[in-house]
Design a protein around this ligand. Structure first.
Ligand code: ADP
Ligand code: MG
Length: 693
């Protein structure tokens, strides 16, 4: 239960006067739904109105607040020309300029002969100084009120700066002092203010450096966020390890059979990683290990062999994939191999309903199914295992921390193996897991063909279509990928459908379409037709990104490649070059390209090394975007910036460990304050792991 002291902060934004339903929608988009979200909406600029020179000394290009006498009005001489007002002080003159102004209004606020304060940006025009549309026009008595520094906030379309600034000010008035959760010595060392003071000061910049992420106020707020994150992870982790792990040791009886059935032998890298996994599973602490391996490096086989160890020891194993297509793909790869060793494999996806689903659940519950492959459907409450010992999570960055943990809760001391093709920077790993062991598959299986990658402007579409036509006639299969951009799923879908229609008009019925909004049945049918070769050109959205394996496909066209993350492009490109055919990938872009976009696409041309690609992407775009923020499963920070605050992250991790060591159930004064911190950052779920939570 949220502590009462925080109630005002979690009041809805609409409780601020002036925010009605219309603005509320926009505020929700911009910041969130709570008063607290407004408090955390920090300024990214400022307007300094303290510059008040004599007119003769005033510099163009600056914002100035001037005390002037109104000399003469010059109404607009013609339509489309501005209304001008000459004003002056004893040093010189300038013009106030108004387009589309109403004369009666201007006469009222700027009467000839009177003195006024005007504040706005100065420009030079026709050799003279002018101030177009002053931001402020007021009687001289209000000079001091205007001569201030105002914060400037990030906006969203439809919300004016004034409205946002006013809302933030009202929100800040709702804040109260909270008990201090920082270690006093640590706080003193950084010269950090108390929580409320830090907020107030972050919203009240005086000079540009006050907007820096490393000011004491902003550092403190960032640290609070990171500490809440690390403390919550430490609590979850502690709860997980509270139940001891179990010692899983296979006797290799099933493994040997599967290895014999494989048409290849494991790479050295695969063997090494498998050894590391075996060690972890054999120990009595719970495994939490990440396998990083580039697309096509053979993670699935490693996962299967790990799962067989669990099965050999008499328990069950599960592997979870982020999409239906990928789960089916895993099933297709794993099932025949497992069958060769007499191991029964079950597939459970969201598509299973009614009686069929009940039967699947019964086989999982009785232990008849030794290996279970599935999607998010595996999380569901009614899925119970007879004895789950190992959970494998594929493409883990697509799942949130809670989803991962729910799966682990379905067994006793479950070992966790997570697999990803994206090298995740250590800082991000820390925010998502706390500490975790990492294995890397660095080698690719022998005999892989390099993919010829080219970039081309979309203007050359007709040429490209001709080339695809030639390739199709010679028996090649090709993907044509259209992007799916967040927030506009529908229009992008329309783009894919449109492209499908056009290509079909050109090439006829050999052109298919697959996208995420299709009925599962139709999706399968389209994929199956592509696998069988009835469809040879498959127009797709990014649903084919992970997993899909059609070795005959050797061409991939990606439209609007500039909109994709590099890691994603690399994943997509990994769908070709899987067979013996020479493969090519065509990255189509909409010009003109900015410098960063050009550099990014060049990297794709230069290298096929997923680790290098991800590292370059990280360098060019920053951690937040690398994994695609929204559904990444990595926490999004609002106050902390991992590029700047990584040292604070490390400190927060150590701090969290120390706290839980000294005060395991957060019962000291500082502990009680830390509970409030957890609620403040909505880590409520972690609080329930405390004894008197
Ligand atoms: P990913 O790491 O992208 O999940 P997969 O596990 O899907 O890669 O493997 C890609 C392909 O490589 C599969 O067809 C798999 O059978 C094959 N493969 C895996 N390991 C080897 C190996 N050691 N030698 C040859 N082919 C392999
Ligand atoms: Mg895979």
């Amino acid at each position: 239960m949220r502590p009462e002291i925080l109630f005002p902060l979690f009041a809805p934004i609409t409780s601020i006067s002036g925010i009605g339903p219309r603005f509320a929608v926009l505020f929700e988009r911009l910041v969130g739904v709570h008063i607290l979200d407004l408090c955390w909406h920090l300024p990214n600029g400022l307007i300094d109105r303290r510059y008040s020179p004599q007119v003769a000394q005033a510099e163009a290009g600056r914002i100035a607040t001037l005390v002037v006498r109104v000399l003469r009005h010059h109404p607009a001489p013609a339509r489309g020309r501005p209304y001008r007002i000459t004003v002056a002080d004893e040093s010189g003159e300038l013009q106030l300029v108004f387009f589309h102004a109403r004369a009666d209004y201007l006469e009222k606020i700027l009467p000839e002969g009177e003195t006024r304060v005007v504040s706005g940006k100065l420009e030079v025009f026709g050799g003279g100084l002018q101030m177009p549309h002053p931001d402020h026009i007021a009687p001289e008595a209000e000079l001091a009120e205007i001569q201030t520094v105002q914060p400037v906030y990030p906006l969203t379309a439809g919300l004016p700066q004034k409205v946002v600034a006013k809302a933030v000010t009202s929100a800040l008035a709702h804040t109260i002092d909270l008990p201090e959760w920082l270690d006093p010595a640590f706080q003193r060392q950084g010269g950090w203010p108390a929580w409320k003071d830090a907020l107030d000061s972050a919203h009240c910049p005086h000079e540009l450096p006050d907007l820096d992420a490393t000011t004491p106020a902003r550092s403190r707020l960032a640290y609070d966020e990171l500490l809440a994150n690390q403390l919550a992870l430490a609590l979850i982790r502690r709860n997980q390890t509270r139940h001891k792990g179990r010692q899983i040791k296979g006797d290799s009886r099933l493994r040997t059979q599967v290895l014999e059935a494989l048409p290849f032998s494991l790479t050295k890298s695969q063997q090494q990683v498998l050894l590391e996994i075996d060690d972890d599973m054999a120990s009595d602490s719970r495994m939490l290990r990440l396998i990083q391996g580039d697309v096509g490096s053979g993670k699935t086989v490693v996962a299967l062999l790990a799962m067989l160890a669990a099965v050999e020891s008499g328990a069950q194993a599960a592997i979870m994939a982020p999409t239906e297509i990928l789960a089916r793909q895993h099933h297709k790869t794993i099932e025949p191999l497992a069958r060769a060793a007499g191991v029964s494999v079950e597939l459970l996806t969201g598509r299973d309903k009614g009686k069929a689903r009940a039967a699947v659940l019964a086989r999982i519950a009785s232990g008849e199914s030794a290996i279970v492959i599935g999607t998010h459907a595996l999380f569901q409450q009614d899925v119970a295992f007879q004895d789950l010992a190992l959970a494998v999570i594929d493409e883990q960055h697509r799942f949130g921390v809670h989803q991962r943990l729910t799966l682990a809760d379905k067994g006793r001391g479950v070992d966790m193996l997570v697999m990803t093709a994206t090298p995740i920077p250590r800082t991000l790993m820390l925010t998502a897991y706390g500490d975790m062991d990492v294995s890397r598959i660095t080698e690719k299986p022998a005999g892989r063909q390099a993919i010829d990658t080219r970039t081309m402007p979309i203007d050359r579409l007709p040429e490209i279509v001709d080339a695809i036509g030639r390739a199709l006639r010679s028996g090649t299969r090709a993907y044509w990928v259209c992007p799916l951009v967040e927030d506009s799923e529908l229009s992008d879908l329309a783009a894919a459908e449109e492209r499908h229609r056009e290509l079909q008009a050109h090439f006829g019925d050999c052109v298919g379409l697959v996208h995420g909004k299709m009925k599962a049945k139709d999706k399968d049918a389209a994929m199956a037709a592509f696998v069988a070769g009835d469809i040879t050109l498959l127009v797709a959205t990014t649903v084919i990104e992970v997993g899909v394996d059609v070795p005959e496909a050797s061409i991939m066209v990606i439209e609007h490649a500039e909109r994709f993350g590099l890691a994603q492009l690399h994943q997509l490109r990994g769908r070709i070059g899987r067979g013996s055919l020479k493969s090519s990938c065509l990255l189509l872009y909409q010009g003109p390209l900015g410098e960063v976009s050009r550099a990014r696409l060049n990297i794709m041309r230069e290298t096929d090394d997923g680790f290098r690609i991800a590292e370059e992407d990280l360098r060019l775009r920053g951690a937040g975007e690398l994994l695609g923020t929204r559904q990444s499963g990595f926490p999004e920070f609002r106050l902390a910036d991992l590029q700047v605050h990584s040292d604070l992250l490390a400190a927060a991790r150590d701090d969290a460990a120390l706290i839980l060591n000294k005060d395991p159930d957060l019962e000291s004064d500082r502990g009680r304050a830390l509970r409030i911190l957890l609620y403040l950052f909505e880590r409520d779920a972690a609080v329930k792991y405390l004894r008197s939570g």
